[in-house]
Write a protein that binds this ligand. Structure first.
Ligand code: 5RP
Length: 226
């Protein structure tokens, strides 16, 4: 199903496009399919959202750039951990939320590719990833807790780990706190509060960025938006 969603999104890719390349298992299908089209002569340039995706795209021979060289993109194709009917997303399960958000914001359009299990009525069943600077991370965590409590959200905040004694580090060298708040009834308000906390580098709420969601289910691919 992930591959079917990726295939459907690929149909909108045209020669000459500057593409943001997402991260995760669904985005990896898109990169793989794009690699085959590039091998057949399609001329595009990609900006990867993670080192993982960069390595995959490089291996497939996809011409790559950076946002410093190519600051404006035509289309980003990426996965999501959750999405709702208003095209609001939770992302960051794969730890790449900061670069994913920067790349999506640099793009005219953002297509999300997902299987139907990612669709929710209310965001929040998937713990919200929040990327924080390592300096003062325990203080930042208290601020996150307080900000959430102010919106009636109470839940476990756990630091993502790579191994029992090794905190997970993002490509940018930051920590991630996974915040199991449960149903987030006002994602815009939470996004705004989290963004004002010193030490929060970014959070996994993507609001107003996705322009279409390609949802693959048992009966085919449905498109939300665009
Ligand atoms: C990475 C992400 C991914 O897009 C998200 O976790 C979905 O991953 P997958 O396609 O493997 O389910 O946000 O930071």
């Amino acid at each position: 199903m992930k591959r079917a969603a990726a295939q459907a999104a690929l149909e909108s890719v045209a020669p000459g496009m500057r593409l943001g390349l997402g991260t995760g298992s669904t985005a990896a299908h898109f990169v793989d399919l794009l690699g085959a089209r590039v091998r057949d002569g399609l001329d595009v340039v990609g900006v990867p959202t993670s080192e993982r995706t960069r390595l995959q795209a490089e291996g497939l021979g996809i011409p790559l750039s950076t946002l410093d060289e190519t600051p404006e993109l035509d289309l980003t194709v990426d996965g999501a951990d959750e999405f709702d009917a208003s095209l609001r997303l939770i992302k960051g399960g794969g730890g790449a939320l900061l670069r994913e958000k920067i790349v999506a914001a640099a793009s005219k359009r953002m297509f999300v590719i997902a299987d139907a299990t990612k669709e929710v009525g209310t965001l929040g069943a998937f713990p919200l990833p929040v990327e924080v600077d390592r300096f003062g991370a325990r203080s930042t965590r208290l601020h996150i807790e307080r900000a959430a409590r102010g919106l009636g959200l109470i839940g476990a905040i756990s630091q993502r780990m790579s191994a029992p004694d090794a905190p997970y580090l993002t490509d940018g060298g930051h920590y991630i706190f996974d915040c199991a708040f449960g149903a987030i009834d006002a994602p815009e308000a939470l996004a705004e509060r989290l963004s004002t906390i010193p030490g929060v580098v970014d959070h996994g709420l993507f609001i107003g960025l996705a322009t279409a969601i390609f949802i693959a289910g048992a009966t085919g691919v449905r498109i939300l938006g665009d």
